[in-house]
Design a binder for this molecule. Structure first.
Ligand SMILES: O=C(O)C(=O)C[C@H](O)[C@H](O)COP(=O)(O)O
Length: 223
């Protein structure tokens, strides 16, 4: 009798958001029913780490649906602003947390959540304040508006111990420039999940855009 297939193993818990995948799609969902087909399209295109922004009512249900039904995905919560959202997201199955900014209250909630997290910064002082609190990995938001690659390159001089996931205004054209920086671990963005493609449930287009995005980092990026 042939041996039974090995039991499906869950993807191991990530220890760092920045090392999950070079490109993290930021997803805004209006219908929780779109979450699973959308996540499947992103995973099929080569983008397993998916940030669901807590900006719309179905976000937490969407996180739960993806966590339960898409084993290849590592789903996280974005736009996390309160300790309550931290708790709800992790209970729903979020494997990482991302915030556009931070306070000490939010940081403490993220710290005790047991999952990796990226608090958001956009100035050198905010970076220094996080380093002072023992946090070295952060989101740089809003990346393009706050100074883009030139700003991040400037931070790398005095603050080389900080590593970033720039997000906000990044495109398929600009992502490789961010990914080439020594202090960038990954980039986030919504360009591979355009609102009209999600509204039209055009998952083939999402998969194609995801595949292009996944390929952006394939050319000799050292991490
Ligand atoms: O809601 C949040 O907390 C955010 O994270 C904002 C996101 O970073 C952007 O929505 C993604 O940026 P775009 O690629 O410019 O769409």
């Amino acid at each position: 009798m042939p041996a039974p297939p090995p039991a499906a193993r869950p993807t191991p818990a990530p220890s760092s958001v920045l090392d999950l995948a070079p490109v993290v799609p930021v997803v805004v969902l209006r219908d929780a029913g779109d979450a699973v087909p959308l996540a499947r399209a992103l995973v099929a295109g080569g983008l397993p780490a998916i940030e669901v922004a807590l900006r719309t009512p179905p976000a937490t249900a969407a996180i739960r649906a993806v966590a339960e039904a898409v084993p290849g995905a590592v789903v996280g919560a974005g736009t996390v602003l309160t300790p309550g959202q931290v708790a709800d997201s992790v209970a729903a199955g979020a494997r990482f947390l991302v915030s556009p900014g931070w306070t000490d209250v939010l940081l403490e909630a993220m710290r005790v959540s047991g999952v990796p997290f990226l608090p958001g910064v956009s100035t050198a002082s905010e970076v220094v304040a996080l380093l002072e609190r023992g946090v070295r990995e952060m989101k740089f938001f809003p990346a393009h508006a706050a100074g883009g690659t030139a700003y991040l390159r400037s931070l790398a001089g005095p603050l080389p111990q900080a590593r970033f996931c720039p997000t906000g205004g990044i495109t398929a054209a600009s992502a490789p420039d961010y990914l080439a920086l020594p202090n960038v671990g990954c980039v986030g963005g919504s360009w591979m999940v355009p609102a009209d493609a999600v509204a039209g449930r055009d998952w083939a287009r999402v998969e194609r855009l995801a595949r292009e995005a996944a390929g952006l980092s394939a050319g000799g990026r050292c991490r």
